[in-house]
Design a protein around this ligand. Structure first.
Ligand code: PLP
Length: 244
């Protein structure tokens, strides 16, 4: 679907268009609509935009910076938003892991053993179980973060997870390369799906059911290839202003 949006459109109008496209992709893939969650990526949009999204029926958000969401999280309750599920989908520096474990419902960008250890300590301190998704780097050009699918650190992390009882693995996520070539995008999503199958049989005691893949420009392909969570920003909120 085209990610072009018009400034005068309401969130509800954009949401209806995204929902139509999700439903159509689910039909093509012969999947039930409920098998895909819609995550609204609200980064660089104000808390008021999140409140508008909640009013339109959004229950799950993605934010990519700890500091940014820390501010917004304080603005949400006065806007009537008290129970939104918000996941971190941006790279997490380990010195911010304690704050991240505190303010986010889940960390979807776990990308090192060191970070896992820091998050475990933070979650233990908070006396909570923190859902995590492991980020996989499948394209060399664009993705700067994520664990290599064939690397030793991914295996080491999965081997160590039983020793990190406050982290609850939920699955895998990836960011497709920036390309106009749908075949390249599709191949990336297929790789993540194959990795999910391989890891699920190699680690039967771990949960790999979440396959977080697909953004505004490629979520329909992602759904066709098995995505269980599409992370959509621009197609829902309109274009983001450049960071100052
Ligand atoms: C910004 C971002 C998105 C949403 O991107 P859009 O193209 O605006 O839909 C999804 N996933 C991650 C990890 C992001 O950083």
């Amino acid at each position: 679907m085209s990610s072009h949006t018009h400034p005068t459109e309401t969130f509800a109008t954009r949401l209806a268009r995204v929902e139509d496209a999700i439903a159509a992709a689910c039909r093509r893939a012969d999947r039930p609509r409920e098998s895909v969650r819609l995550m609204a990526v609200s980064k660089m949009h104000p808390a008021s935009a999140m409140a508008e999204a909640v009013a339109a029926g959004i229950t799950l958000f993605g934010e990519n910076r700890v500091q940014e969401f820390l501010h917004k999280s304080q603005e949400l309750p006065p806007l009537g938003v008290t129970n939104a599920e918000v996941h971190l989908i941006g790279h997490l520096q380990s010195n911010k892991s304690a704050k991240a474990a505190e303010i986010f419902s889940a960390i979807d960008t776990l990308d090192s053993l060191h970070l896992a250890q820091r998050l475990e300590n933070a979650a233990a301190e908070l006396n909570k179980t923190l859902p995590v998704v492991v980020e996989i780097k499948l394209s060399d050009e664009t993705a700067k973060t994520g664990l290599h699918p064939a690397g030793g650190e991914l295996r080491e992390l999965l081997d160590r997870l039983p020793d990190l009882p406050h982290l609850k693995l939920r699955g895998l996520m990836t960011i497709a390369p920036l390309t106009q070539d749908d075949a390249v995008t599709r191949a990336c999503f297929q790789s993540l799906h194959r990795l999910q199958d391989a890891l699920a049989s190699a680690y039967p005691h771990l949960d790999f059911s979440e396959l977080s893949m697909g953004m505004s420009g490629d979520f329909e392909i992602a759904i066709e290839e098995g995505s269980t969570c599409v992370r959509i920003g621009t197609a829902l909120f309109g274009p983001r202003e450049a960071r100052p």
